[in-house]
Design a protein around this ligand. Structure first.
Ligand code: SF4
Length: 396
């Protein structure tokens, strides 16, 4: 038995016997884009119709494997999230075929939040109507910037008109929940151009806004440009100012910050992402998709050809598996939970009350103003959210 077969079987066995799973979120990785943006390190491959057809067949097999012996029929699916890649690089009817597979093999909660990430340049009114009719409830448009020169530096084709039109189509066909993603800390971006992007975003009246700092990932064009001296590295101080600018501007416009990078009008928080930060279970399907189920973290192979080959052999395409101890599960839950403004209920980590080293670390982080205890919740202060990575390392 190969390592991958062994890992796939272990995942399957654990899912089959686990009685502690209440419900599932589902992440579906669509590994296609027209071209790679200069900052992007996600697993993807250039869109080609023959590859899409092979992917769709393999995906159907993967969903069917999880349904063997009714394994996943025991857990209702509460959220579904199509990410990538660019899900809307597929035809709308191809996305609805995937959704139909999920409905065939899993029990989907009738009130499930179903999100599709979309590139505004790849949507049409009729395509969005197809998604709406298939039960998609939420769109997340990857906008990144509202400035033409910034788009060009990111290696994207962008037009304000394209975004405005995509939002109009979404409204026309009845999507009441639409998120826009923007980025700060971009090369050449200034406080003025960032403010301009934020203002343009709010003119489009989304229910939800995600503001992500640019991270320089190894293997990207940006990383190579920095190494070669063609581009400056990131300016941490400027990023902090831009983040604070976004918080102040969005909050006064009625978008409350509920997580480090996420803002929503009241009641429109992303239920799928809240699962990640709350330590709830989610299953990832598609190449490179990650899962966290019943205390196991496992990941699919990040290679379309390898993913397809596994599924042709009727094997789960899982190539990494880590089973967390109960203490590690609790620590992770705290670390992810601290990303949320509401923090983590103290009862979440009652099991660590006898872990003296951990308690001392929490005390030290509170003394240095990075964490605070309020109404039975451990929270990151605004300073703590700025240094979240360091806080997380200390708590692990
Ligand atoms: S569209 Fe999104 S997933 Fe595709 S290359 Fe650009 S950032 Fe990456």
């Amino acid at each position: 038995m190969s390592d991958m077969e062994y890992v796939g079987n272990a995942v399957y066995q654990r899912l089959h016997v686990n009685d502690h799973i209440r419900d599932l979120g589902m992440y579906i990785h669509i590994p296609f884009c027209q071209k790679r943006c200069h900052f992007c390190a996600f697993y993807l491959t250039p869109h080609r119709e023959d590859r899409v057809q092979h992917f769709l067949s393999a995906f159907a097999q993967e969903a069917a494997l999880y349904a063997l012996d009714g394994t996943c029929h025991r857990f209702p699916v509460s959220t579904i999230y199509f990410g990538g890649g660019t899900p809307t690089a597929l035809e709308p009817v191809q996305l609805t075929t995937i959704l139909n597979r999920i409905h065939r093999y899993f029990i989907v909660d009738p009130a499930a939040e179903i999100t599709v990430e979309a590139d505004p340049a790849t949507v049409s009114r009729s395509g969005l109507q197809t998604l709406r009719d298939a039960g998609v409830t939420r769109l997340s448009f990857g906008v990144q910037s509202l400035d033409k020169s910034e788009w060009q530096r990111l290696g994207r084709l962008g037009e304000m008109q394209t975004i405005t039109r995509a939002m109009a189509y979404a409204n026309d066909v009845g999507f009441s929940n639409v998120s826009l993603d923007v980025m700060y800390g971009l090369p050449g971006q200034t406080l003025t151009s960032w403010q301009h992007s934020l203002e343009k975003i709010l003119e489009l009246v989304p229910t939800h806004v995600s503001c992500y700092a640019l991270t320089i990932e190894e293997g990207t064009k940006f990383s190579r440009d920095i190494t070669a001296g063609r581009m400056n590295g990131h300016d941490a101080d400027q990023e902090t100012v831009m983040h604070e600018q976004a918080i102040a501007y969005l909050e006064q416009a009625g978008y409350h910050q509920y997580e480090v990078s996420n803002f929503a009008q009241s009641g429109w928080e992303c239920q799928h992402n809240l699962r990640y930060w709350s330590g709830l279970d989610y299953l990832g399907l598609g190449p490179s998709a990650q899962s966290y189920v019943g205390g196991m973290r496992f990941g699919n192979i990040a290679d379309l050809a390898g993913y397809i080959q596994c599924l042709e052999r009727k094997q789960l395409p899982v190539d990494s598996l880590d089973t967390l101890s109960m203490a590690d599960r609790v620590k992770e839950r705290v670390i992810f939970g601290l990303r949320m403004n509401k923090g983590v209920p103290t009862q979440t980590f009652a099991a660590l009350n006898n872990d003296t080293a951990w308690q001392l670390t929490v005390d030290r982080l509170m003394e240095t103003g990075l964490l605070s205890l309020e109404r039975e919740h451990l929270k990151a202060t605004s300073l703590g959210r700025r240094y979240m990575d360091s806080v997380a390392c200390q708590l692990l």
